[in-house]
Design a protein around this ligand. Structure first.
Ligand code: ADP
Ligand code: CIR
Length: 370
C-alpha cells in the first residue's frame, strides 16, 4: 500500500482538527473518531485516493447527513473502518460480516397502482445508480475518462429499442435555458450541488455529462453526474408496476452492453455509500396536506416504514404545496423487488394515515362551535 506524502498529510491533519471543533450531525462526525482517523490517515489507494478525498465534502459541509463519498471502488475496503459503520447505520443494519443478497428484480405484477386508494400520488419514479468497471469515480476521473466513458455509454444507448428508444444529448449541446426547463420538469440533474462540488465531483463540468430521453420522457438516463450512470423510469400517476417494468427492461438491456461494477459484499458500487447494493431509489411525489402540516409527524411515520422524505425538487430541497418526495431509504442488504415492496407498503400506510387525518379534521370541524 502507498503512503500519503507529508504535505498532503499536513493538510489532512489541519482540516480534521478544524472539523473536530465544528458541530455536525453527520455520520462522518459520528464515526471519524481520532482513533479511526489515526488508523486511516496514511493510507492511499492504487489510483491515489487518500482519506481526505473520502471526507472532503463532509468537512466543507457540516450540515451533511452522511459526509463521505468514495473516490474509487477500492476506498470501500481500504478505508473500511470508516465506511463500515456508516453503511451499517444508513442501510438499517448491515454489519461488516454481512453480504448483499444476489440480484433479484422479481416481477412487477405484485405491485399495483398507488392511486388505488385516492389521488394522492402525482408521479412515480424508480432509479438506480451504476458505475462502469475500469473507471474511477468522479474525483479521480481525467478529462479523457469523461470523453471515453460518455462515448461508450452513447453507443450502448443507441441499441435501446421499442418504447425504450430515444436520443442522447450532451450537456455541452444544450443551452442553459433548455437545461433549466428539463430541471424544472424533474428530468435533469441540478448544477452546482455544493456537496458534490466539495467532493471534487464536478471537475471539467459540463464535459462528459449528458442526458438520454426516450420519446415520451418516461426513460431518462443521466451520464457522469454523481455516478457514471443513473437509470430512471418515471411517469405521472401512481402506476408503480408499469414504471418498474420499464425500469427493469432498461437496466437489463444496458447491463448486457456495459460492464457494471459489482462487489460480492456491497452489490453495485456507487460514489455515495447510501447508493450501494441495489442502488435503487423508488419514489413518489405525493400530496399530503394533512401530514405535511407538521413535518415531524410525517418524518416519524416515514421512519417507521424505512422511508425517506425529500422536497419537491429532490434532495436538499423544500416541499412545495405539501408535495413530498417519499422513497425507500435502504438499498443494501435487500433485493431489488424488496426495495420496491418496502416503498409500496410504506406509501400505502402513509396514504392510510393521511386519510385518517381527513376524518379527524372533519370530526373536529363538526365539534367546533364556529
Ligand atoms: P436522485 O433521485 O437521483 O437521488 P434527487 O433527489 O436530486 O436525486 O432527485 C432528482 C430529480 O428527480 C428531482 O428533480 C426530483 O424532483 C425528481 N424526482 C424524484 N422523485 C420523483 C417522482 N416520484 N416524480 C417526479 N420527479 C421525481
Ligand atoms: C450528505 O451527506 O448530506 C450528502 N453528501 C448527500 C448524501 C446522500 N443522501 C442520502 O441520504 N441519500
Amino acid at each position: 500500500m502507498d503512503q500519503i506524502d507529508s504535505t498532503d498529510l499536513a493538510v489532512l491533519e489541519a482540516e480534521y482538527k478544524k472539523f473536530k471543533a465544528v458541530k455536525s450531525r453527520s455520520l462522518l462526525k459520528k464515526y471519524l473518531t481520532q482513533d479511526v482517523f489515526d488508523k486511516l490517515k496514511h493510507r492511499v489507494t492504487a489510483s491515489g485516493a487518500t482519506l481526505y478525498d473520502c471526507i472532503k465534502s463532509g468537512l466543507a459541509n457540516p450540515d451533511s447527513s452522511i459526509g463521505v463519498y468514495a473516490p474509487d471502488a477500492e476506498s470501500y475496503t481500504l478505508f473500511h473502518e470508516l465506511y463500515d459503520p456508516i453503511i451499517d447505520e444508513y442501510h438499517g443494519g448491515f454489519s461488516p460480516k454481512e453480504y448483499h443478497p444476489g440480484i433479484n428484480f422479481g416481477t412487477a405484477d405484485a405491485l399495483g397502482d398507488l392511486n388505488e386508494w385516492g389521488n394522492y400520488v402525482v408521479s412515480t419514479r424508480v432509479r438506480c445508480a451504476r458505475s462502469i468497471e475500469g473507471y474511477p469515480f468522479n474525483p479521480l476521473m481525467t478529462s479523457e475518462h469523461y470523453a471515453e466513458l460518455e462515448q461508450d455509454v452513447e453507443n450502448a444507448l443507441d441499441m435501446l429499442d421499442d418504447d425504450l428508444a430515444g436520443y442522447y444529448r450532451s450537456l455541452n449541446r444544450i443551452t442553459i435555458q433548455e437545461q433549466d426547463e428539463l430541471i424544472a420538469g424533474h428530468l435533469l440533474f441540478k448544477r452546482g450541488d455544493r456537496f458534490l462540488e466539495a467532493a471534487d465531483a464536478c471537475r471539467f463540468w459540463p464535459d462528459g455529462r449528458g442526458i438520454f430521453l426516450n420519446s415520451d420522457n418516461t426513460l431518462v438516463i443521466w451520464v457522469n453526474e454523481e455516478d457514471h450512470l443513473r437509470i430512471i423510469s418515471m411517469q405521472e400517476g401512481g402506476d408503480l408496476a408499469q414504471v418498474y417494468d420499464r425500469f427493469v427492461r432498461a437496466v437489463t438491456a444496458l447491463g448486457n452492453r456495459l460492464p457494471f461494477s459489482f462487489s460480492q459484499r456491497l452489490g453495485f458500487l456507487s460514489f455515495c455509500p447510501t447508493n450501494l447494493g441495489t442502488a435503487i431509489r423508488a419514489s413518489v411525489h405525493i400530496r399530503l396536506p394533512n401530514l405535511g402540516k407538521d413535518k415531524r409527524i410525517l418524518e416519524d411515520a416515514a421512519d417507521q416504514f424505512n422511508l425517506q422524505v425529500r422536497g419537491t425538487a429532490g434532495e436538499h430541497s423544500e416541499a412545495k404545496d405539501y408535495t413530498f418526495d417519499i422513497s425507500n431509504r435502504r438499498r443494501l442488504g435487500l433485493t431489488e423487488i424488496e426495495c420496491l415492496q418496502e416503498m409500496y407498503d410504506g406509501v400505502k400506510e402513509i396514504i392510510r394515515l393521511e386519510k385518517s387525518m381527513d376524518k379527524g379534521n372533519s370530526r373536529s370541524r363538526k365539534n367546533s362551535t364556529y
